[in-house]
Design a protein around this ligand. Structure first.
Ligand code: URA
Ligand code: URA
Length: 254
């Protein structure tokens, strides 16, 4: 009996992990839904599950790796998102752009004015600097890497994202990274770094060494907007980028 309880606990944890907190639901096959219904102690520990669980084809049943959605499907879900207030002010969501199988993913903070208008990340002034880092510095094309943000909607007047907005949006970023499976993640600035590493340490203290994001090597560097204000710090970002290049080329271990 103990082992059955343990198994059920594990299933519940998996189902809960797959349910997007913003929606609080997860699609189950009729068989799994019925099995869970038969297990009273288990059902009561899944407050997010709707009373009538919608039937889904077997392929859509969640697995331990995630929701089973593709990157395109996730982008469509994000485009409809109303999980926080930022949806009211957006022109459109900014999901991400680049190679969906990229070895390197840059994660920024949130869309600005140009990003909100064009629906693409890092296309304003900060974006020009990021493009230079990628193309002139790393000798890659922008399309070789993947670029996205912690927050998918523009905060009014580019104010800092609030913690509730970050926690509403974070599951999308986590699923996005899980689908891309990069070799290296580069967090641009404090918001991305703190969200991904779940810490309050400053960018200055987090940069200059390797971190791990669920087993993926993660490097923190300054946000391009900060570098535009403090060009003297570009040297440090360049040092961070060189460490990333070495790991991508297999010349160094993170
Ligand atoms: N700053 C960010 O953090 N992200 C963008 O997409 C643009 C500017
Ligand atoms: N603080 C941040 O949040 N980001 C930077 O890039 C620098 C300082």
């Amino acid at each position: 009996m103990d082992s059955i309880d343990g198994l059920m606990d594990e299933i519940v944890a998996l189902v809960k992990g797959a349910a997007h907190p913003a929606r609080g639901t997860v699609s189950l096959s009729p068989e799994v839904a019925a099995a869970l219904e038969r297990c009273p102690s288990t059902v009561s520990t899944v407050p997010a599950a709707p009373p009538t669980v919608p039937a889904a084809p077997r392929e859509e049943v969640v697995d331990a790796g995630g929701s089973g959605r593709s990157l395109e499907e996730l982008a469509e879900v994000v485009a409809q998102c109303k999980a926080c207030e930022l949806c009211n002010g957006r022109t459109q969501t900014v999901f991400g752009s680049g190679n969906p199988h990229a070895d390197l993913v840059f994660v920024g903070e949130a869309p600005g004015e140009q990003e909100d208008l064009q629906g693409l990340p890092f296309v304003g002034r900060s974006g020009d600097l990021l493009t230079d880092i990628i193309e002139k510095g790393m000798k890659l094309r922008r399309d070789d890497v993947y670029i996205c943000n912690v927050i998918k909607c523009r905060p009014p007047d580019n104010r800092d994202p609030q913690s509730g907005e970050k926690s509403a949006c974070e599951p999308y970023l986590l699923e996005q990274l899980d689908l891309i499976q990069p070799k290296v993640i580069c967090a641009l600035g404090g918001h991305a770094a703190k969200t991904l590493l779940n810490t309050d340490e400053s960018t200055g203290r987090l940069r200059g060494r390797w971190h791990s994001y669920h087993g993926t090597p993660l490097r923190v560097t300054y946000h391009p907007a900060y570098l535009l204000r403090s060009p003297g710090e570009k040297k440090k970002t360049w040092a961070d980028i060189q460490e990333i290049i070495k790991v991508l080329r297999g010349e160094a271990a993170p």
